[in-house]
Design a protein around this ligand. Structure first.
Ligand code: ATP
Length: 339
């Protein structure tokens, strides 16, 4: 292991995974995640997130590329990799016939956390995920959020420096989600590197130092949330129109902005993303009125990660994806202001 590699919790290059049936789920993914980073891996259903994670945690063998986790090569030292990672899978792995405490005890046995250290570690984890009060209750009566928190605790018993979270908050209500976020932030502040996959843009925006967007097995953009938002460019103008069909309004906006804007129909009218959306917004409203289109409302705001996601998933050419799969440059690695 070289000096340089040891700085990365994850150093993956050109990873490819083709399933037995020929599905090319991952097509040349590069990832370099520095130690201590809170990294987000975003993509739609079927984009390749889970396949990538399973490959990184040695549950699946890549059909191409090289992967080093915490300085250990996944092919040469899979045991060492497993001992240094925690994995919270999409499906909760807890046993609902066991109590919260017993579930964590069971995980300690599986990870070889020994006698003396064990009781203390279990108490610490129960406190951390706020389940100490219900530690002797069986998990079958737990809410979805409590089950997820318990599951997260079981992934941490061996104090792994790197933890993978595969869509950890899917299906949780906002309150339960917030509690889990607090918990992830806490372990990240304690120095744990986190690799989170999510379909919730808000989650990635709130938590992640840096993120990559994956689409059809390829990374199409990488950066801090702010960097990605700035790639969309300009401001977002939402205009509500009093018409069943937004297309005439969309046509007016397209003619007005030409190629300087991304314009799309929305449920209530149209959305315009453009550098000049703020300055030219009023003139666009006049153009719509001149075309006999009744505007019932409008709103201007900074772009969100949703806009980035839509721009990328809707249109290959809308962002410069060319450099996106590059491993983190020094600049991107330092991009911690995005939080
Ligand atoms: P989701 O959010 O739905 O979990 P994902 O981004 O995690 O999606 P993957 O589960 O990695 O995506 O799937 C990537 C692609 O690989 C999809 O086309 C999926 O249908 C396919 N795939 C996943 N598992 C297998 C398998 N065991 N055999 C064949 N194809 C698979």
């Amino acid at each position: 292991m070289s000096e340089r590699e040891s700085r990365y919790a994850i150093d993956a290059r050109g990873v490819e995974v083709t399933y037995g049936d020929g599905t090319e789920a991952v097509r040349g993914v590069d990832l370099r995640i520095p130690e201590g980073e809170f990294f987000g891996f975003l993509g739609a259903n079927g984009a390749g997130k889970t396949t990538t994670i399973k490959t990184l945690v040695t549950l699946l063998s890549a059909t191409g590329g090289e992967i080093s986790i915490n300085g250990h090569d996944v092919d040469e030292s899979p045991r060492a990799v497993r001992q240094t990672v925690g994995y919270m899978a999409q499906e909760t792995a807890i046993d609902t016939d066991l109590t919260a405490r017993e579930n964590i005890q069971f995980a300690c046995e599986a990870y070889g956390v020994s006698g003396d250290a064990r009781a203390e570690r279990i108490d610490e984890l129960l406190d951390l995920v706020e389940l100490a009060d219900v530690q002797d209750k069986t998990a079958d009566g737990f809410s979805g959020g409590m089950k997820k928190r318990l599951d997260a605790a079981t992934a941490l018993v061996h104090e792994p420096p790197l933890v993978f979270l595969d869509e950890p908050t899917t299906g949780l209500d906002p309150k339960a989600r917030n509690r889990l976020w607090d918990y992830f932030e806490r372990i990240n502040e304690q120095g744990t590197t986190l690799f989170l996959t999510t379909q919730y843009l808000e989650e990635a925006d709130q938590l992640c130092d840096r993120l990559s967007l994956i689409r059809d097995g390829r990374i199409v953009a990488t950066g801090s949330p702010d960097e990605l938002k700035s790639q969309v460019g300009g401001q977002r103008l939402d205009i509500d129109v009093d018409a069943a069909d937004p297309e005439p309004a969309v046509a007016v906006a397209r003619e007005f902005f030409g190629t300087d804007a991304t314009i799309e129909p929305t449920d209530d009218g149209l959305g315009v993303t453009a550098e000049s959306a703020r300055e030219r917004g009023t003139d666009l409203l006049v153009a719509l009125r001149d075309a006999d289109i009744a505007v019932t409302g409008f709103n201007i705001r900074a772009p969100t990660l949703d806009d980035v996601f839509l721009a990328i998933t809707d249109d290959d050419d809308s962002l410069d994806g060319g450099n996106a799969g590059e491993p983190a440059s020094a600049g991107a690695t330092d991009a911690e202001g995005g939080r």
